[in-house]
Design a protein around this ligand. Structure first.
Ligand SMILES: [Zn+2]
Length: 174
C-alpha cells in the first residue's frame, strides 16, 4: 500500500481526473480514519459539501484532506509524550497504571470509532482526535464518561448514545 503522504499528494494533483482524486482521498482513509472508514468519509463529505458529481467542486477534496491531515498530525507528539511518561514511571519504580494508549492498542486508525456510519460527532476530526488523546493521557475512565462528548450516559461495549463513538474501537470495545 502506498503511504499516506504519497496518497495525499494524488488528492492535490490537479492534473488527475477529479474522480481519481476522490478515490485517492478514500484511500487516505485506509491509513487514517478516526471514526472508522465509512463514518469518517460521511463526516468529511458533510463538512466540506463533497458533491456526488465531483467535477463540480474538486477543491472540496483538498479541504477534506486538510482536515484529515490536521487530525493525523496530532497523534505522533502525543504518542511520544506518552512513551516518555511510561519511561519515567518505570525508572521511578512506579507501578504502571493501565492507562489507555490508543496508538498501541488500536492504532491511530478508528481512534473514535463510530459503528453507525451516519452517527458521528458534529465537531471536526482534529477536535475529536485531540480530545481522545488528551483523555487517554489523563487516564480518563472511558466506561464512566464518554471521552469525546463527556456524556455519563455510557453503557459498556455500546456506542455513546450522544455522539456515536464506541471507545476501544471495533475489536476491543470498552
Ligand atoms: Zn459521546
Amino acid at each position: 500500500m502506498t503511504s499516506f503522504p504519497a496518497t495525499a499528494r494524488r488528492v492535490r494533483d490537479q492534473s488527475l481526473d477529479p474522480r481519481v482524486r476522490r478515490v485517492r482521498l478514500r484511500n487516505c482513509l485506509d491509513h487514517f480514519a478516526p471514526f472508522g472508514f465509512r463514518a469518517t468519509w460521511n463526516s468529511l463529505a458533510a463538512t466540506h459539501c463533497i458533491p456526488d458529481r465531483i467535477e463540480e467542486d474538486p477543491a472540496s477534496l483538498v479541504l477534506a484532506l486538510e482536515e484529515l491531515e490536521a487530525a493525523r498530525a496530532l497523534v505522533p507528539p502525543q504518542a511520544a509524550a506518552f512513551a516518555a511518561l511510561r519511561r519515567r514511571q518505570k525508572r521511578d519504580g512506579q507501578r504502571v497504571p493501565a492507562t489507555l494508549h490508543p496508538w498501541d492498542s488500536w492504532g491511530c486508525h478508528a481512534i473514535a470509532y463510530c459503528p453507525e456510519p451516519q452517527r458521528f460527532p458534529a465537531e471536526s476530526l482534529p477536535v475529536v482526535v485531540g480530545r481522545v488523546l488528551e483523555a487517554c493521557a489523563a487516564g480518563t475512565d472511558p466506561v464512566a464518561r464518554c471521552m469525546v462528548c463527556g456524556s455519563h450516559d455510557r453503557r459498556p461495549r455500546m456506542a455513546c448514545p450522544n455522539c456515536g463513538v464506541l471507545p476501544g474501537g471495533r475489536n476491543n470495545p470498552v
